[in-house]
Design a protein around this ligand. Structure first.
Ligand code: 4NP
Length: 151
């Protein structure tokens, strides 16, 4: 069993898309669990941003039942791999690490397709629909690479 956590700031734009895309690519493989969380507390309990729901739907993925939650230190116990959407989230997560083993679980998601370049999935919150499509395309590529490890 492998448990993968996708993390952004609000858990309403980027990481819900990453969760939905990766789950879809894994085709419900029972040996992989995928979840998402945000490092911030602003949107706890809320559904995903309507623009993320729309871009997912346009690509045949339903993320409308996801609810935002905040990343917590115990997620290091639950998850094997923690993918941060950008370097700010990466730093927010590793700040909560209790051990070197915890820190080693945290990776930048785009390093799966552009290794060691430390590129960010840009925050689309203040952008337009094109920003959400751009995020979708980046995550689609990264999740293709991630899914290949498990199927
Ligand atoms: P996310 O996008 O981190 O991809 O969910 C954001 C959502 C909300 C805010 C920032 C980013 N915000 O500042 O409220």
């Amino acid at each position: 069993m492998t448990r993968i956590l996708m993390v952004c700031l609000g858990n309403i734009c980027r990481s819900p898309l990453a969760e939905g895309i990766l789950k879809t690519k894994l085709k419900g493989a029972a040996h992989v669990v995928v979840d998402s969380a945000g490092t911030g507390a602003y949107h706890i309990g809320k559904g995903s941003d309507p623009r993320s729901i729309a871009v997912a739907k346009a690509h045949g993925i339903d993320i409308s039942s996801q609810k935002a939650r905040q990343f917590k230190a115990s997620d290091f116990d639950t998850f094997d791999v923690i993918y941060a959407m950008d370097t700010s989230n990466y730093n927010n997560i590793t700040r909560l690490a209790r051990t070197a083993e915890d820190s080693a679980k945290v990776k930048l998601v785009l390093n799966e397709i552009t290794p060691q370049e430390d590129l960010n999935v840009p925050d689309p919150y203040y952008g337009g629909d094109q920003s959400f499509e751009n995020v979708y395309q980046m995550l689609d590529q990264a999740c293709t690479t991630i899914a290949k490890k498990y199927i």
